[in-house]
Design a protein around this ligand. Structure first.
Ligand code: KIV
Length: 289
């Protein structure tokens, strides 16, 4: 496939609704910086998520919980500078929206005004349904996120599939429907059995983007570092690796190190030069001082 950047029309919420209507899958992927944004733009994705997975993939925290609003705003703004066509969604980090509608609106406004986010994403049902309603009323489009919600993974029993009993599955469905009724524009459905997705989809008017939720959603999302093989360590069951950039990067840096140590780099083509007369004069100047 060519690496050329094709000119594309900007994606809108209307585009996504039309895709759902037509049964054309929506492609969403995460990105966390300017070159990452340029890559996913060139690849022609529809929606880019600056996920709080950034906490682990680029900032080295051991969960998504510690990442701050300021850190997420810096990453989102960098992605914004590298994007033009896809919709840009930013995750509101843990602790930045749950306590009140006012807090949620103030945080979300920062992502829109300072970082250029088109939509914000919040996790869970429960109180997040109220937060979603308040954000929508304040004019900020919202993406809901149910199923496995990493910000509250501890209370869910860890990073594991959700909705594996009929009662638990009904709770996932209830959260999804409540977020839809609250006005969410999109829903992310993470790590649930495909049967749960199949039972939910006939009731969803807004596009549902799955990650580990089977093939019946309106689209799929994966983490950039997972799909490109940039992240060391094990990946979730639902991850498909499309490249092994970590190995390619290690090989590249190791080859550079070997070249420096064996004096193969820099070679003459990497050097600057000065006119011979200037070089001779330089020698004289140095000699006379
Ligand atoms: O933070 C993130 O990357 C996410 C996706 C996994 C949906 O929420």
């Amino acid at each position: 496939m060519s690496a050329q950047v094709a000119a594309r029309t900007s994606i809108t919420l209307g585009t996504l609704a039309a895709r759902k209507e037509a049964g054309e899958p929506i492609v969403m992927v995460t990105a966390y910086d300017y070159p990452g944004a340029q890559i996913v733009e060139a690849a022609g994705v529809d929606v880019v998520l600056v996920g709080d997975s950034a906490a682990m993939t680029v900032l080295g925290y051991d969960s998504t919980v510690p990442v701050s609003v300021d850190e997420m705003i810096m990453l989102t703004a960098a992605v914004r500078r590298g994007l033009s066509s896809p919709l840009l969604v930013a995750d509101l980090p843990f602790g930045s929206y749950e306590a009140s509608d006012e807090l949620a609106i103030a945080t979300a406004q920062r992502f829109v005004k300072e970082a250029g986010a088109d939509l914000v994403k919040i996790e869970r049902g429960g109180t997040s349904v109220d937060r979603a309603r308040a954000l929508v009323a304040a004019g900020i489009p919202v993406v809901g996120h149910v199923g496995l919600t990493p910000q509250t993974a501890t209370s869910l029993g860890g990073y594991r599939a959700q909705g594996r009993t009929a009662v638990a599955a009904r709770a996932v469905r209830d959260d999804a429907l409540a977020l839809q009724e609250a006005g969410c524009s999109l829903l992310v459905l993470e790590a649930v059995p495909s049967e749960v997705t199949a039972a939910l989809m006939p009731h969803m008017r807004v596009p549902v983007i799955g990650i580990g939720a089977g093939p019946e959603t309106d689209g799929q999302v994966l983490v950039f570092h997972d799909l490109l093989g940039l992240y060391g360590g094990g990946a979730a069951k639902f991850v498909k690796r499309y490249a092994d950039l970590r190995t390619a990067a290690i090989d590249g840096v190791a080859a550079y190190a070997a070249d420096v140590r064996s004096a193969k780099y820099p070679a003459p083509e990497h050097e600057y030069s000065m006119p011979a007369a200037e070089a001779a004069e330089l020698q004289e100047l140095i000699a006379s001082h």
